[in-house]
Design a protein around this ligand. Structure first.
Ligand code: ZN
Length: 400
């Protein structure tokens, strides 16, 4: 199988042992699952399904960032304890993922349950001179990690601008360098706080994933992924922290999913145009959502239009009808069409879901034209199942 590796900036042959460890950055559980989340997590789901099909055992770890700079203000705004907000949103996320047919994660560590491991890593970084205490914060000193920026390939200026945009504070006078980032910080009034050698407080976001990933998958994981907006600063910072301690690569392959826009605009909380999975699946079959997402390559940046959902529902109905149809007279039942092998081949080519989707629809059209015999209904169902779409069984209804 070949896959695009963000670090090498090219499509490479995946060289994996039978057991594969994969860490996918999870959600901050403070709002409902939207289409961008679904696109990202279903891309990894498709990857896992094909790796399992190839005989690998995949351990996928996906964390919950249940304490960070996003969930605390939202909980305060709602007048609710942040962990009860997290609990509710985790339940909704899991219901959405199950409805979409996503394979469950092997481990779902929560940041608040891994604080000791984070403090231990920060202490090691301070002791080794990679981090320093300044005021009521601990920062990572990027000058001690010359390879900083190797994943993204971004220059200093671009990294500084992106850091300011994505939660960093390059102008903070407590930092020695603009790109230094927070490992530990004093909590504001009303925020949760844990005791530590650096004073009471809470962890920075990046150290959370380094600690949880290390605990679940060891020093070097096979595949690390997340949405494309995590390449910098999140994953770059994870690399700096983890590799400064271990001296070994954090991940063998880096895989990132493209960002989704909505009808001409960036899909974002601030624009109020998030397309929530719970809304979508109250109108169309969740398998149709999956089929619609397959129309877009996981690495591309693309736009969702509401019309796509309805078109995908029609396509799904066609596939379901064809797969469950009775064998017609004259249809050969013993000749393999090669459909399954075709779908496997396009998935092995950097997870080309659009080509897999086209192959499924072409096969259905061929059967419906009566030109079957070469394409068997069971092969259609098997190929769709490989893509996570069960044509023979409607999803178990869950309350969106
Ligand atoms: Zn992460």
């Amino acid at each position: 199988m070949r896959l695009y590796d963000t670090a090498r900036k090219s499509v490479v042959d995946l060289e994996l042992d039978e057991a594969v460890g994969m860490y996918v950055c999870g959600i901050t559980p403070y709002d409902a699952t939207h289409l961008g989340h679904a696109a990202t997590y279903l891309a990894y789901d498709l990857l896992i399904r094909r790796l399992e099909d190839l005989g690998h055992t995949v351990t996928m770890v996906r964390n919950y960032t249940d304490v960070d700079d996003s969930i605390l203000p939202k909980a305060a705004e709602l007048g609710e304890h942040y962990l009860s907000l997290a609990e509710r949103e985790i339940d909704r996320f899991e219901a959405d993922m199950a409805a979409l047919g996503a394979r469950p994660a092997a481990h779902e560590p929560r940041a608040t349950q891994s604080i000791d491991a984070m403090i231990e890593m920060i202490s090691e970084l301070v002791d080794a001179g990679h981090a320093y205490v300044s005021g009521d914060r601990v920062f990572f000193d990027v000058t001690t990690f010359p390879a900083f920026g190797k994943l993204s390939g971004y220059g200093r200026e671009q990294m500084t601008a992106l850091a300011a945009e994505r939660g960093g504070a390059p102008d903070d006078p407590r930092q020695r360098n603009p790109l230094d980032f927070v490992l530990w910080q004093a909590s504001a009034a009303g925020e949760p706080s844990w005791p530590s050698p650096f004073g009471p407080g809470r962890p920075g976001w990046h150290i959370e994933c380094s600690a949880m990933g290390h605990a679940a998958l060891g020093v070097t994981m096979d595949i690390h992924g997340g949405g494309g907006d995590l390449i910098f600063p999140h994953h770059e910072c994870e690399i700096a922290q983890s590799e400064s301690i271990s001296g070994a690569p954090l991940a063998r392959y880096w895989v990132h999913a493209g960002l989704v826009s909505y009808q001409g605009h960036k899909m974002s909380k601030s624009l109020g145009n998030l397309v929530f999975i719970s809304d979508l699946r109250s109108r169309i079959d969740p398998r149709a959502i999956r089929l619609a997402l397959m129309a877009h390559h996981y690495r591309s940046e693309w736009e969702w239009f509401d019309s796509e959902g309805l078109a995908a529902q029609r396509d799904l109905d066609t596939l379901v009808g064809t797969a469950s149809g009775m064998q017609q007279q004259g249809e050969l039942t013993h000749v393999s069409s090669g459909l399954v092998a075709d779908v496997q081949a396009v998935l092995d080519d950097d997870l080309d879901a659009p080509a897999a989707r086209a192959a499924l629809l072409d096969a259905a059209a061929t059967i419906e034209r009566g030109a079957a015999g070469t394409v068997l209904r069971s092969e259609l169902a098997a190929s769709a199942a490989l893509c996570g779409i069960d044509l023979r069984h409607p999803p178990v209804a869950g309350t969106p």
